[in-house]
Write a protein that binds this ligand. Structure first.
Ligand SMILES: O=P(O)(O)OC[C@H]1O[C@H](OP(=O)(O)OP(=O)(O)O)[C@H](O)[C@@H]1O
Ligand code: HPA
Ligand SMILES: [Mg+2]
Length: 183
């Protein structure tokens, strides 16, 4: 095998490109329906949400504007520190806007629960959450999430925006990392 082949670092494929594409189309159709007649601001959470944002935004038929926020709670490890830092704030004033936060994953839920209350405090008309993945067994806080792609196993996952030490974000599928990579 090519020593540069990333597939050697993966234990299992959880969601193929085709499964992700179908799920994103499903989420977009539901969002279009729910926000019919309303302008929507989609907020992508850098960097993990780049792939889902790009694909979801293109699948939406509603009028949307896009903005980005960068927060970090993981650094280079595999567990959340719980300390959320804003690395880049929004350029948009949220007052009176319908906001949809778009995330790649809800793991402990600490990042999004902090982010949601931060955005709610800015006076928007509404704030909802769309996440491609959620780990129900890892939840440390209870959160109301309107749009969920897949409930996934409580394992460290990579691909389609999700990284381990900044690697594997570019995979077009999602898989679990082989233990030898992080142990
Ligand atoms: O539910 P939680 O346990 O808080 O974890 C989820 C968050 O962690 C990851 O971001 P990370 O901080 O690794 O930054 P990144 O998006 O740049 O990879 C992921 O993209 C979510 O934002
Ligand atoms: O399982 C994960 N993989 C990659 N990044 C993450 N951030 C939170 N959970 C994860
Ligand atoms: Mg990360």
């Amino acid at each position: 095998m090519d020593s540069n082949d990333v597939s050697a670092d993966l234990a299992h494929v959880l969601y193929t490109k085709e499964e992700i594409d179908a799920k994103v189309a499903e989420l977009a159709a539901q969002i279009d329906k729910d926000y019919e007649g309303r302008d929507l601001l989609v907020v992508g959470v850098l960097k993990g949400a780049v792939m889902i944002m790009a694909d979801l935004a293109r699948a939406l038929h509603s009028h949307v504007t896009m903005d980005w926020m960068a927060v970090s709670s993981y650094g280079s490890g595999t567990t959340s520190s719980g300390v959320v830092r804003i690395l880049k704030d929004l350029d948009t004033d949220l007052m009176g806007k319908h906001v949809l936060i778009v995330e790649d994953i809800i793991d402990s839920g600490l990042t999004l629960s902090w982010l949601k209350s931060n955005l709610v405090s800015r006076g928007p008309a509404s704030v909802e959450i769309c996440t491609l993945l959620r780990k129900p067994e890892a939840a440390k806080v209870k959160m109301d999430v309107k749009y969920v792609g897949f409930d996934c196993p409580n394992e460290f996952v990579v691909g389609y925006g999700l990284d381990f030490s900044e690697k594997y974000r570019n995979l077009d599928f999602i898989g679990t990392l082989a233990p030898h990579v992080y142990q």
